[in-house]
Design a protein around this ligand. Structure first.
Ligand SMILES: Nc1nc2c(ncn2[C@@H]2O[C@H](COP(=O)(O)OP(=O)(O)OP(=O)(O)O)[C@@H](O)[C@H]2O)c(=O)[nH]1
Ligand SMILES: [Mg+2]
Length: 729
């Protein structure tokens, strides 16, 4: 008698049929219903009691941390897998549920690397919001194809009491707004191809919470009209559940859309690889990637690291693009530059990672035994790594934390290292001498969650300071040439600085130009730079791209340059991390080494000689180039009932905010404002206070701008005092 296949065996079987795999994520503005939908999909596949699915009070299946339940929001991305039957075939759906709050947007960036398609949820009442636009940008940057789910349709009926014509108008408006965004953001070749279409089922609508969804073709097939949808909310709950399950099952409509309109890995890798991997596509490795080849060379990209709090074991989740990965395999980590052994290969069975021994390409999975960071490319031998994962926003809020008990100090240092690994958007500066460590994150909530997890999940009692902002130091003009002498006076470095060209700066920010030291001939970089208007000669002088600054070597015919250039790079990085004004990071700078005089004997030109000389030369040149402090500012969208407009305007002005745009619609007002992050600490509470709890804001964009002259001096003094810097330091 045949033994029934277990769910895990089934997943394993389908994981090798590449055309039947879909790797996807949910993405949306905060609270538009991603997790409610994911929960209901899991429930329908039998992974959790249907009764509790999407029920916040009972907890979402994908919420794995207590803080998510307490605050009713997603913090971490959650991987789940399920099987869906479509036209008599079985499909494996690997899905990542991402958070919507912008402080956790790093999870979205990383998830997009692992997947090929995304369901973008939009609340039918709120419509397209700033974060909707941001996630579309994140998706398209990785050539991830979007489809649209217009959610919370029940609110249109219950709260706005609209009729069936208005319902269709609303549907068409959101659909048009969405396609306009695709038109605006997508690369030319995808602008038309990736627009969604109401008549082919790539747009669906429904209620994730009430567990129903429909598309126009599905309605036609079942003979359902918009009037029928209105009637839904005249039924009692039992009747409605029954009707929805029979006529508009969420899982079927959503997953049919996924199977039909989102690409399988064989299709997707053909156009995604040239965008996210810049090696030789004709090489054996390159062909394996393009073809998602099970017999190709292994290429696994880590997109998320989770550290088991008890065993301390690292689990690296990510995407296998090529090759077959097996337990026990020896692999090479291209960024970490180490060889390690894969101890376990895991796939997701529902929300649970389970061991499977071996798996082929085109899947989202996890491995244990290797110790890499998100963005790492894991291969058999050394290969060109994948493009760096560029997070959208830089950390701009920082807190100093210290262990309450000094005996906890070593443990805290260890914990901080793991914190940074699990969340690479967090920046940690460890100061083993003073025990005062700095952690920087994207916003107040980000830091609050991290510090709280250090206390409750990692069990270290810590004290944290109030959050403060991180500034940047930027030069305003080209400097003259300045020299820096080594302490032994035998080596001199001549340096100049100037603001980096806009085109190059933007290309670094968007990831078009990768960070790193430039060793050999780098034709790809030279070509890119020339496209941006940099001369051929200058392109060849690039030695390093670090953060958003560049180091060039303009010396000619120096015999020993090769022996000291790495030290010059080190010192350049040290200055980029800490500028002359207040030791804050530098912004948009081109540093040129124009001449050197070196001691003949290598022993007299070691790091202790080179570092201070180069640092002094760059910092003096920066002073000549009139360095000023820049502060982080954010563009916010604030929404509130019209009657609070006065209060909101006052609040914005009291925080050095600038009104950019005001839109009034019926009794609501939407404002775009620009506000310094330094004034935004506590903003959520202040806005609630000004609007009796009815105002909200979300982040549209973030940038650095010159700090007003009046506050410049004061801020510099405050930072220098805080850092204990001496007058002449
Ligand atoms: N009325 C209504 N509420 C919904 C619907 N879907 C979700 N919600 C509610 O909206 C809130 C947010 O839902 P979630 O599923 O947590 O949204 P999310 O997008 O995962 O939120 P984040 O991950 O924190 O961005 C919860 O209170 C849900 O009950 C829906 O279809 N209709
Ligand atoms: Mg969520």
């Amino acid at each position: 008698m045949a033994v029934k296949e277990t769910q895990l065996e089934k997943i394993k079987r389908i994981s090798s049929i590449r055309k039947n795999i879909r790797n996807i994520c949910t993405s949306a503005h905060i609270h538009h219903g991603k997790t409610a939908m994911t929960d209901n999909l899991l429930a329908a596949s039998g992974y959790m009691a249907a009764k509790y699915a999407g029920d916040l009070d009972q907890g979402m299946a994908t919420w794995q941390h207590a803080d998510e339940q307490e605050r009713l929001l997603t913090v971490d991305a959650a991987n789940v897998s399920m099987v869906h039957d479509f036209h008599g075939e079985e499909y494996l759906i690997n899905l990542i549920d991402t958070p919507g709050h912008v402080d956790f947007s790093g999870n979205v960036t990383r998830a997009m690397r692992a997947i090929d398609g995304t369901i973008i949820l939009v609340c039918a009442v709120e419509g397209i919001m700033p974060q909707t636009e941001t996630v579309i940008k994140q998706a398209l940057r990785e050539r991830v194809r979007p489809v649209l789910f217009i959610n919370k349709f029940d609110r249109l009926i219950k709260e706005l009491k609209i009729n069936s014509e208005q319902m269709q108008e609303r549907l068409i408006k959101i659909f048009n707004d969405f396609n306009n965004l695709i038109e605006r953001i997508a690369e030319p070749e995808f602008k038309e191809k990736w627009k969604v279409n109401i008549n082919d089922g790539s747009v669906i609508f429904g209620s994730a919470r009430d567990n129903w969804a429909l598309s126009v073709p599905f309605m036609k097939k079942k003979g359902i009209t918009f009037k029928d949808i209105l009637k839904l909310y005249e039924m009692n709950e039992e009747e409605r559940k029954d009707w929805c399950w029979k006529n508009a099952p969420l899982y079927e409509v959503v997953l049919d859309m996924v199977v039909k309109h989102l690409p399988n890995p064989l299709e997707a890798q053909k156009y995604r690889i040239p965008k996210i991997w810049k090696g030789d596509l004709e090489s054996e490795f390159g062909k394996g990637l393009l073809n998602c080849d099970p017999n190709g060379k292994i290429a696994f990209v880590i997109t998320r690291v989770v550290i088991d709090p008890r065993a301390g074991k690292e689990v690296c989740a990510g995407r296998l693009f090529s090759g077959t990965i097996k337990e026990g395999a020896e692999v090479w980590l291209n960024l970490f530059k180490r060889r390690q052994r894969i101890q376990q290969v895991l796939i997701y069975n529902g929300i649970k990672p389970e061991q499977i021994g071996e798996i082929g390409p085109g899947n989202v999975l996890a491995i244990a035994g290797v110790s890499g960071e998100a963005g790492e490319t894991v291969t058999l031998d050394e290969e060109t790594p994948f493009q760096e994962l560029k997070h959208l926003f830089e950390p701009v809020v920082t807190e100093s934390i210290e262990a309450k008990k000094s005996s906890d100090l070593p443990k805290l240092i260890e914990v901080l290292r793991t914190v940074q690994k699990e969340d690479p958007t967090i920046k940690v500066e460890i100061d083993e001498e003073t025990g005062q460590h700095l952690i920087s994150g994207l916003g107040e909530l980000h830091l609050e969650i991290v510090v709280n997890r250090i206390k409750t999940e990692k069990n270290v009692e810590v004290l944290a300071s109030n959050p403060i902002v991180v500034y940047r130091e930027a030069i305003t003009k080209e400097s003259r040439t300045f020299d820096g002498k080594s302490p032994n006076k035998h080596n001199i470095f001549f340096m100049e600085v100037e603001p980096l060209e806009d085109e190059v700066y933007e290309a670094i920010k968007s990831g078009d130009i990768s960070e790193g030291r430039i060793k050999k001939k780098n034709e790809v970089l030279w070509k890119k730079l020339q496209e941006l208007g940099v001369s051929n000669e200058e392109a060849r002088q690039y030695r390093e791209v670090y953060k958003n600054c560049v180091l060039q070597d303009r010396t000619k015919g120096e015999v020993h340059i090769g022996e000291i250039i790495d030290m010059v790079c080190d010192a350049f990085e040290q200055v980029v991390e800490a500028g002359p004004l207040a030791r804050e990071p530098c912004l948009r700078m081109k540093v040129k080494l124009v001449d050197i005089k070196l001691h003949e004997d290598a022993i007299h030109r070691g790091p202790a000689q080179v570092y201070p000389a180069v640092r002094t030369a760059i910092r003096t040149a920066m002073e000549d180039a009139k360095t000023v402090l820049h502060e982080p500012v954010q563009i916010l969208q604030i929404e509130a009932p019209l009657k609070y407009m006065g209060e909101v305007t006052n609040l914005v002005q009291s925080k050095r905010g600038q009104l950019l745009n005001v839109d009034q619609e019926l009794d609501a007002v939407t404002m775009r404002v620009k506000m310094p992050v330094a004034e935004m600490i506590g903003m959520a509470g202040d806005l609630r206070g000004a609007t009796e709890g009815r105002g909200n804001f979300s982040l549209v964009d973030q940038m650095f701008e010159r700090t007003p002259t009046e506050v410049q001096e004061k801020v510099i003094r405050q930072i220098r005092n805080r850092k204990g810097l001496a007058e002449n330091e």
